[in-house]
Ligand binder design. Structure first.
Ligand SMILES: *Cc1c(COP(=O)(O)O)cnc(C)c1O
Length: 400
């Protein structure tokens, strides 16, 4: 017996749920790639994506997933042998480090573990030793998608400024863009990267690198730069094909245009607030379950938790059992315990992009039913607790 028929919810941390409007925007014939709608849509997205990033800087767009953006960000700023300092809060920091090593860079890690966000004091201690300014960039993952850790960025800029250290501050916001507050210029971020398939609610395949003039100055001497990854023609194209260095990702662009329309209609501050409330609903359920079983949120400090993805530990392999039950019995697909040990003890709930109260409440009720069905010990009332978070948040006075 399975009750998985009907509308499924892909609650993994990317790719995220594609809105109907976004899907429909893609159902059209191939456009002319030389003039008309496609160049217009592309040009219209550039200022909108800069606004969403909170920057007046530059934007280069790539036909790429997030891994390509790690390479693009380094290719335009680094020379072989340069040293980068990678601040690691989970699997994805290691990914950027591996990319840096593969490009011939000297990558050093500060590992903050899997349960705590970046501690600016440890960054300060390391940079203070770097009297010769050998560290060319600090690579930071805003939200690590494997642990659900979210680190504050302005304190990192304050450390660099306090030491007058010239390293670039680079931020991987792939899991947080369009979900958590990001203000590139106000935060003093020099290079920001995000991809299409998470908070931006579009299919995977497009990536974005925002950069300021400080970062662009490094481009002059960066010997890692290659023709395809060069951000300059993409950021200041003289001909349309230069945006993408070849054929534009036609239908992806129609999808993204519609998704960005949806974000603009809702308003970015509301988008951030919605994600925060829905995240708190997830946490409330897990905290209840943990009162009667070996179940816990991966991040204890709520101020260090992502609003887009939540990592949950369920001991004794219960996480994988529950994940399979939810998928096969109830049409809810949860994220695997990526990069965690043992992987069967972890799962992730993706609550990024096109998600609302009923999807989250449905997901949590489903998970609670699964815990009961599988005989996994847990505290009762998790789904009701998450409902309380939502109803309290919505108890704002009715407008006249
Ligand atoms: C998803 C993700 C990536 C990798 O993106 P891909 O598109 O899978 O290459 C990198 N960093 C973070 C923080 C992510 O969430």
């Amino acid at each position: 017996m399975s009750l998985s028929q009907g509308v499924s919810y892909l609650a993994i941390p990317g790719p995220s749920v594609l809105p109907e409007r976004v899907l429909r925007a893609m159902v059209q014939p191939s456009p002319n790639i030389y003039e008309g709608k496609l160049p217009d849509v592309t040009a219209s997205l550039v200022p909108d994506l800069k606004r969403l990033a909170g920057t007046k800087g530059h934007l280069a767009m790539y036909i790429s997933n997030g891994h390509g953006l790690w390479e693009a960000s380094l290719a335009n700023t680094m020379s072989r042998g340069d040293k980068v300092l990678v601040l690691v809060t989970g699997r994805f920091g290691f990914g950027w480090e591996e990319m840096a090593r593969g490009m011939g860079l000297d990558a050093e890690i500060i590992n903050f573990g899997e349960h705590e966000a970046i501690d600016p004091a440890r960054l300060r201690a390391r940079l203070a030793q770097d009297k010769e300014h050998e560290i060319a960039a600090v690579l930071t993952v805003h939200v690590d998608t494997s642990t659900g850790l979210r680190s504050a960025v302005p304190p990192l800029r304050a450390v660099l400024d306090g030491l007058s250290h010239p390293a670039l501050l680079m931020l991987d916001a792939i899991a947080s863009f369009g979900c958590d507050r990001i203000e590139m210029d106000a935060w003093g971020v020099d290079v920001l990267i995000a991809a299409s398939q998470k908070g931006l609610m579009a299919p995977p395949g497009m990536g974005f690198v925002w950069f300021n003039d400080r970062a662009d100055a490094r481009r002059e001497h960066a010997d890692c730069a290659t023709r395809y990854w060069d951000w300059r023609p993409r950021a200041k194209p003289e001909l349309f094909y230069e945006y993408w260095d070849g054929t534009a990702p036609t239908h992806q662009l129609f999808a993204l245009r519609e998704a960005v329309n949806m974000i603009q209609e809702e308003g970015l501050p509301h988008v951030w607030q919605r994600h925060e409330i829905l995240a708190r609903a997830v946490w409330a359920a897990v905290e209840c379950w943990g009162k009667g079983g070996d179940i816990a949120l991966n991040v204890a400090d709520a101020g260090q938790r992502s609003h887009a993805v939540t990592s949950i530990r369920m001991g004794g392999g219960a996480a994988t059992k529950l994940r399979k039950w939810c998928e096969h019995q109830a049409g809810l697909t949860l994220g695997i315990g990526l990069g965690r040990h043992p992987e069967e003890d972890y799962l992730r709930v993706g609550h990024m992009g096109h998600v609302n109260a009923h999807m989250i409440l449905g997901a949590l009720s489903t998970m609670e039913a699964g815990l009961t069905a599988l005989g996994i010990p847990h505290g009762r009332g998790g789904a009701a607790a998450s409902g309380d978070v939502i109803s309290t948040a919505l108890r704002a006075p009715c407008p006249d």
